[in-house]
Design a protein around this ligand. Structure first.
Ligand code: PMP
Length: 413
């Protein structure tokens, strides 16, 4: 969570952004010097619903309900995927042996790229070793010093990092009028303009107001990039993401995403027209100069995307859980912002209470994350919990009862 979202003033300039990053780092060192708030977690058995986590204070191994995982469909543990992976991976070996342009392209990687392109309704896709690499490489590969990236101010850090070599502007979160203002102001100043949004926002769980943002961006001659990290496998009737959710397939210029959340593995991708993807193959440095992804994750991702497309990945169970948690949190009187997906911000607006609630929940073996200032504005500091498909109603009830009790004790509700 450390550098997830950088949020602040829409007029924010780079220097201020850097200084807030420094502030964030010092917050983390403060936390590390205070045993009570140590959050670096070592898990013994990955991102299971009940994960064995080493308590950073006592060093004991405790089983905790894992509400800090983006493995929304619990596919990291899915036997169908693990079976495929263990059967096929030895044929390809432990690594790709090179960067894609020299020796790292394999038919299984091409198959995954074709699957992603098909799911995202784009002509072509390429995969990277991480979502971070895909975002940074796509934006920096496309934009130069005479271009501008215009970000929703809640856009993910990996997107913002992509425009170190170009200009950047911000618009207010999910606000088409604010975007229009920025577009008008930048109209004749730059050659290329790229509007950058997340399909689902990683700290708030709300969905991008894509129909209006798309209209305005295209009206002013800007391209649109949507990061589908938290949307793929979660929204859209068949889990294809934000475009499917709004019925806007084929309308966006560039889609990026990760294979590390609902897809349950690791790796990233960009999907777009063949022309644009071919261009990126020779300009996107994190693609050109980085070894192709681990084959075990290529095989797993392919199988996971197949299961999602066939609607056999448990999305209905995920949505039962999302609705249940949302309903109870709202009825209890918590402020969960505009959360609409598997990510729930319990907005508290007081750093001490955020830390205290997180700590007390950990003592009850409920693993959640604190999101303090300056990760989000002071008024919006929160405890963040993510819901996955594998939780039983009993586990959710236990957790929600604890959250309510602690919420009352701390005068949050
Ligand atoms: N985009 C968003 C919105 C994310 O939340 C993340 C996750 N950290 C990434 C990109 C980066 O993906 P990865 O973890 O695969 O590098």
């Amino acid at each position: 969570y450390s550098l997830y979202n950088f949020t602040g003033d829409p007029k924010l300039e780079y220097a201020e952004w850097e200084s807030r990053m420094d502030m964030m780092n010092s917050w983390f060192s403060d936390m590390k010097s205070n045993e009570r708030f140590l959050y670096e977690r070592e898990s013994i058995n990955g991102s299971k619903v009940v994960s064995k986590i080493i308590d950073p204070v006592t060093k004991e191994v405790r089983e905790m309900l894992n509400f800090a995982s983006n493995d929304y469909l619990n596919l990291t543990q899915d036997p169908r995927i693990l079976e495929k992976m263990t059967a096929i991976a030895p044929y390809y070996g432990a690594g790709a042996g090179g960067v894609p342009l020299l020796s790292g392209s394999m038919n299984i990687i091409k198959e995954l790229q074709e699957k992603i392109a098909e799911m995202k309704g784009m002509e072509q896709a390429i995969v990277y070793s991480s979502g971070y690499g895909a975002n940074i490489g796509t934006i920096s590969g496309l934009l130069g010093h005479r271009d501008v990236a215009i970000y929703d101010m809640f856009a993910h850090a990996s997107l913002i990092d992509g425009s170190r070599g170009s200009n950047k502007k911000f618009f207010s979160h999910n606000d088409p009028a604010s975007l229009e203002k920025v577009l008008k102001n930048t109209q004749n100043k730059y050659i290329n303009k790229l509007v950058v949004v997340d399909g689902v926002y990683s700290m708030d769980g709300d969905i991008c107001n894509l129909p209006e943002i798309l209209d305005i961006a295209h009206y002013y001659g800007a391209w649109v990039l949507v990061d589908e990290a938290h949307a793929t496998g979660v929204i859209g009737k068949t889990g294809k993401g934000t475009l499917e959710h709004f019925g806007l397939e084929g309308k966006v210029d560039i889609i990026t995403g990760t294979l590390s959340k609902a897809v349950g593995s690791v790796g990233g991708y960009v999907a777009a027209s063949s022309r644009l993807i071919n261009y990126l193959k020779y300009t996107s440095r994190s693609y050109m100069f980085s070894t192709s992804p681990f084959i075990g994750s290529v095989v797993s991702s392919l199988e996971a995307l197949n299961l999602i497309s066939k609607q056999e990945a448990g999305m209905d169970k995920l949505w039962d859980n999302i609705r249940y948690v949302k309903d109870r949190l709202m009825k209890a009187g918590f402020n969960i912002g505009n959360a609409e997906t598997a990510i729930f911000p319990i907005i508290i607006g007081d750093d001490n209470k955020v830390k205290e609630m997180t700590y007390r929940l950990h003592l009850k073996n409920i693993f959640v994350n604190p999101v303090p200032y300056p990760a989000v504005p002071r008024k919006l500091t929160r405890v963040r919990m993510t819901v996955t498909a594998g939780f039983s109603i009993e586990q959710l009830d236990y957790t929600l009862n604890q959250i309510e009790e602690i919420g009352k004790e701390l005068n949050i509700i």
